[in-house]
Design a protein around this ligand. Structure first.
Ligand SMILES: Cc1ncc(COP(=O)(O)O)c(C=O)c1O
Length: 454
């Protein structure tokens, strides 16, 4: 859309005057106006001043197929004409959502997922998982199983339940007290961990032992579920060693604890596998999905449930399995139509193959920058299009970088034609899964030039 100059001035002036931005200080939004994005095409976005950049953020880990996915746009338009809304609360359904639940059961069959519970996004999917986990145990007569364990550094959205299992103080402290009964163990984060262990396989064993220890301390029969991201995303792209999730699965099984994989980022191909659980060869009990389910074009999510969960709920004769949870927009027909088209395109384009190849390219490129720029302390990734560069002020002490540096770097990279995300000391790369080899080279080169310019 071409904005007349007068309109663009109006927009720039008014941005933060009448709204609070998520994940931002309102005073900062007023002092440092954010970039106003007015267009998107392929893997590029265009700002209000007409500058086009490669979107190495992929929207917010969700625009996997880029900004020009016509089949999804068409599906949304068609569904708006046919039925723009109807609820799926008890007694009604819609054709699009029935079709989608069938397709998702097929898609996630290798993960053992057989039912969907539809939501409006990732935080909703997590909240639903936590609630259904408690209810599952209650149906089985295990009323004491109410606690949750999760990883420090993990991100599980911002509802009260999700924030309670989050492992980052930035998303917790201002909103405390959070849900009681939520406990955290160290993340398998080789660069910084309380064990000072840099070997990923050894660290995985230590973190798994910490989980066993916490379960013993709390009492297994008080714990409903363990929740983790198969690769930690917002916490700075932390891929665990390949042995970690399988070990966690065994521990959960041993103690009757449900395993929830939060795949809001990792489902639908981002890791170079169709799900994070599949990447590590594990079958969870529940899988939270959202984001790329509609390519970001419609707020939507699906919590996926295993056979066992479905059996326990569906075979209940006492009424305990009646679900007292759901959203006005659960199973929204327009979201469902968008998801159906998105799933079809995602499979047709076989995005996992490109995500794996381009992911390796970006990771290798970022590692080369580590040799060249002192500011980079650690580079993480290697599993699809999830890469992070952690910035430090001193490599020896790993002292964190000054607060203004990542933002300055982001600015410099943007000038060089690439939008990246900064989250604390991390530069995070999560481009659309359809990027080309050339795009990936451009991303690395813009970061290189940006780092040299500081
Ligand atoms: C792993 C994970 N879980 C949950 C969420 C929350 O999703 P949403 O922002 O759609 O509520 C996110 C968002 O980034 C996420 O990365």
């Amino acid at each position: 859309m071409n904005m007349p100059a007068k309109d663009s001035n109006f927009l720039k002036e008014n941005n933060a005057r009448h709204q609070f931005h998520p994940m931002a200080h309102p005073a900062d939004s007023l002092a440092n106006p954010p970039r106003i994005i007015t267009g998107g095409s392929g893997v590029h976005i265009t700002d209000i001043d007409g500058k086009a950049t490669i979107d190495a953020v992929g929207g917010l880990w969700n625009v996997n197929l880029g900004y020009s996915c016509e089949p999804i746009k068409e599906a949304i338009t068609k569904q708006l004409d046919a039925l723009p809304y109807y609820s799926t609360f008890r007694g009604t359904s819609n054709d699009a959502v029935i079709h989608l639940s069938y397709e998702l059961a097929e898609f996630f069959k290798p993960d053992g997922m057989v039912r969907s519970f539809f939501t409006s996004g990732g935080s909703d999917s997590v909240e639903t998982a936590l609630r259904l986990a408690r209810q599952y145990h209650k149906i089985k007569g295990e009323h004491g199983r109410t606690k949750f364990i999760s990883l420090k550094k993990g991100y599980h959205g911002t509802h009260m339940g999700g924030a309670s299992v989050n492992g980052n103080a930035n998303f917790r402290t201002a909103y405390e007290p959070l849900l009681p009964g939520c406990y955290h163990i160290p993340a398998p984060y080789t660069y910084r961990n309380p064990f000072n262990e840099t070997d990923p396989a050894k660290l995985a064993v230590l973190c798994a032992s910490a989980l066993e220890d916490e379960i013993a301390f709390q009492g297994a029969n008080t714990i409903a579920a363990f929740i983790m991201e198969p690769i930690l995303g917002a916490g700075g792209v932390i891929p665990p060693h390949e042995s970690f999730l399988p070990m966690v699965r065994k521990i959960c099984d041993k103690h009757g604890i449900l395993l929830i994989t939060d795949e809001v980022i990792t489902a639908y191909g981002r890791t170079g596998a169709w799900s994070g659980a599949r990447l590590w060869g594990v079958k969870p009990d529940m899988m939270c999905t959202a984001k790329a389910i509609t390519n970001g074009y419609f707020p939507f999510g699906a919590l996926m449930l295993s056979h066992d969960i479905a059996d326990v709920f569906e075979n209940d004769k006492t009424g305990a399995a009646a679900i007292g949870h759901g959203y006005t927009y659960s199973g929204h027909p327009v979201g469902a139509a968008a998801a159906l088209a998105c799933l079809e395109e995602t499979k047709r384009l076989d995005v996992v193959t490109n995500a794996a190849a381009r992911g390796t390219q970006l990771f290798e490129g970022a590692k080369k920058l580590l040799d060249k720029h002192e500011l980079i302390g650690d580079v993480r990734g290697g599993h699809g299009l999830m890469t992070a560069l952690e910035l430090v002020s001193d490599r020896q002490t790993k002292a964190p970088v000054a607060k203004d540096v990542p933002v300055k770097l982001q600015e410099a990279i943007y000038k060089n034609g690439v939008m990246v995300r900064v989250s604390g000391p991390n530069l995070i790369l999560s481009p659309p899964l359809i990027i080309s080899e050339d795009h990936a080279n451009q991303i690395i080169s813009a970061i290189d030039v940006g780092l040299s310019s500081l």
